[in-house]
Design a protein around this ligand. Sequence first.
Ligand code: EPZ
Length: 419
Amino acid sequence: MEKLVITGGTPLKGDVVISGAKNAAVAILPATLLIDGICTINNLPNISDVKIYCEILEYMGAKIKWNSKNEITIDTRNISTTIAPYDLTHKFRASYYVLGAMLSRKGHVQVGMPGGCKLGARPIDQHIKGFEALGATVEVENGNITAKADKLIGNSIYMDVVSVGATINVMLSAVLAEGTTVIDNAAKEPHIVDVANFLNTMGADIRGAGTDIIKINGVKKLSGNATYSVVPDQIEAGTFMLAAVASKGDITIKNCISKHLDSITAKIIEVGGHIEDYGDSMRIWCDSRPSKANIKTLPYPGFPTDIQPQMGVVLSIADGTSIINESIWESRFQYTDELNKMGAKITTNGKTAIFEGIETLSSAPVYACDLRAGAALIIAGIIANGKTEIYNLEHIDRGYENIEEKFRKLGANIERVIE
Ligand code: EPZ
């Protein structure tokens, strides 16, 4: 079994280069199934979710050439099956994007139920609502989702809930549909815009991504024959920004889009941190104990739920009592049990957590329960007195490329050890 061993107490200093966005990459990869051609994708994060997606695409008949650890050329001219097997799809959440892509490409598809971080119920009713609005029939049985459509015809769809996954999946199913589809109350995350930009680069006609209303004019074919670079990861950038604040360090994050980080920047300044914004890079430093703050997670451009655990570490050592209201997921506070093992004083009640700030955390053996909780525990280990051990690294490796190497280059005393 692998674990991370971190000896805490060193303020982080130096530069870190942000990788391509996981949540864009895991949508762009299945989007290649819409292309009857070849395309190249670079700035892919080298993470397990990407590697598993490539396995799924190859299983379905795609030919993938790795030009480097962060770039592939993919040929999707000969897709041999419309089935994505459960033993691969259950390993992460985004496997369900095969539904929208293959419904478009072939008119029928079967995908094993997705897995992913345990954050609550994670229903897919809005995905199904979108597919059915375009004329598909959808069934969920025996652990599989099956969708069929003789023809997909554009329609207007109002999302009952702002959903990243449903917005992307419906967009994928509308790209080759006959006529125009309008998605109202759409999610606006940077990864939504990135998927739309990728598809438009390959010949689609999608407008309004990044706003509440996305309009997709169906086209006959996507030819590919282009190269696309994945957007920098907003959540990885936010993770390092908060690590700088928590450790009272001074770091510069490179290859980011500072506009995507506005809500995080605002909170960092509110708790006493400092920011210098250079557009595609940012300097973050904090030379005092953070002040308390209250957080409410919201869809973009609100404070990202995927940064909530990392912010929880900052608030656990802040001067005063803070409150986090997690409005997106029913169960995203499991990480606070692990922080309380390290001396934090956090009480939770449903979607609300109260943080009574303490001076500093103490080391302990802790367990990552999901991807972002794992990232938060790394930050906690970096600031805690003593040697912290973090287990269940498979969660962390799903979404962060070489995370211990990146932190080590910033001065953290962190090692991956095989027990
Ligand atoms: C995406 O999950 C991200 N994952 C999550 O990041 C992120 O937390 C989430 O968006 C919110 O930003 C990927 O992009 C792979 P949603 P997704 O559909 O698409 C409800 C990470 O750490 N809902 O936007 O599954 C749902 O229950 C991961 O990178 C429905 O009710 O999230 C939730 O309350 C963790 N019906 C809310 O909408 C549906 O059909 C937002 O979920 C779909 C969603």
